[in-house]
Design a protein around this ligand. Structure first.
Ligand SMILES: [Zn+2]
Length: 248
């Protein structure tokens, strides 16, 4: 049984680095992007809300993006057994870093120590200005939207505001990437969960871990380009698989 084998590996490992993607949050009710019920599959236009070129150019896209942020599932959903199982990994002292592509804050809501979570795509709970360095909270900015400002401008410089997530066309934050790479390089076991491993830099982190001699375990319903290099591939629902391999 692969599950038992992986469980033994995790018991034996001193350091585990985890990478999570949308598949961890779908069981909480947050749609993924490109799947059959994905946000971008159902409404291809919504991908423009996170494309910096469209966003800067078109006030109509920004107005719709603010409405989408008000309605985002992240405000109401709860962590699922997969998130909770990952917290136990930290409690056992094995977690180096939890690197996530998700912007929903569910790992922290489940109880993961915030400094152990590297959000390589940012999160939806902050707001930043494209004109200056000003930052504020999404909550405060959505209050302005609710009060009638359908495209609220920066209170410091009048510039365009956006969520503190990484948009298409934007660079990822180098300090976060560096910490993620370091964590991938220094682990005994690299656990990739709920991500298709088709987007960089997430996929590159797997290469770093493999080059450093780490074991690779992939939990994902769909095949990934790294399956043939993995020591184990688990395709059952993540909410069942993670408690089975992580809870001791
Ligand atoms: Zn500004």
């Amino acid at each position: 049984m692969d599950v038992n084998r992986v469980r033994d590996w995790i018991d034996a490992a001193d350091t585990v680095t985890v990478l999570t993607g949308a598949g961890v949050s779908t069981e909480s009710g947050i749609p993924d992007y490109r799947g059959p019920n994905g946000a971008w599959t159902k409404d291809p236009d919504s991908a423009k809300y996170v494309d910096i070129d469209y966003y800067v150019r078109d006030p109509a896209i920004r107005r719709r993006a603010w409405i989408r942020r008000r309605e985002h599932e992240a405000w109401t959903v709860e962590p699922n057994p997969a998130h909770h199982a990952l917290v136990t990994l930290e409690a056992r002292g094995k977690l180096t870093k939890l690197i996530t592509q998700n912007i929903d804050g569910l790992h922290q809501k489940a109880g993961q120590t915030p400094t152990n979570v590297l959000e390589i795509h940012g999160n939806i709970f902050g707001v930043e200005c494209l004109g200056c360095d000003a930052t504020t909270t999404m909550r405060a900015t959505l209050d302005r939207v609710a009060a009638g400002e359908d495209d609220p401008a920066c209170l410091s410089c009048g510039g365009i505001l956006k969520s503190s997530t990484i948009f298409f066309g934007q660079q990822l934050k180098t300090d976060v990437l560096y910490a993620a790479a370091e964590s991938a390089q220094s682990c005994d076991l690299f656990l990739s969960v709920g991500t298709s491993l088709t987007v960089h830099p997430a996929a590159g982190l797997v290469d770093i871990a493999l080059q450093s001699g780490a074991r690779l375990v992939i939990c994902n319903a769909e095949p990934t380009p790294y399956d043939h290099r993995a020591d184990a591939v688990l395709t059952d629902p993540i909410g069942q698989t993670l408690p089975a391999i992580l809870n001791n």
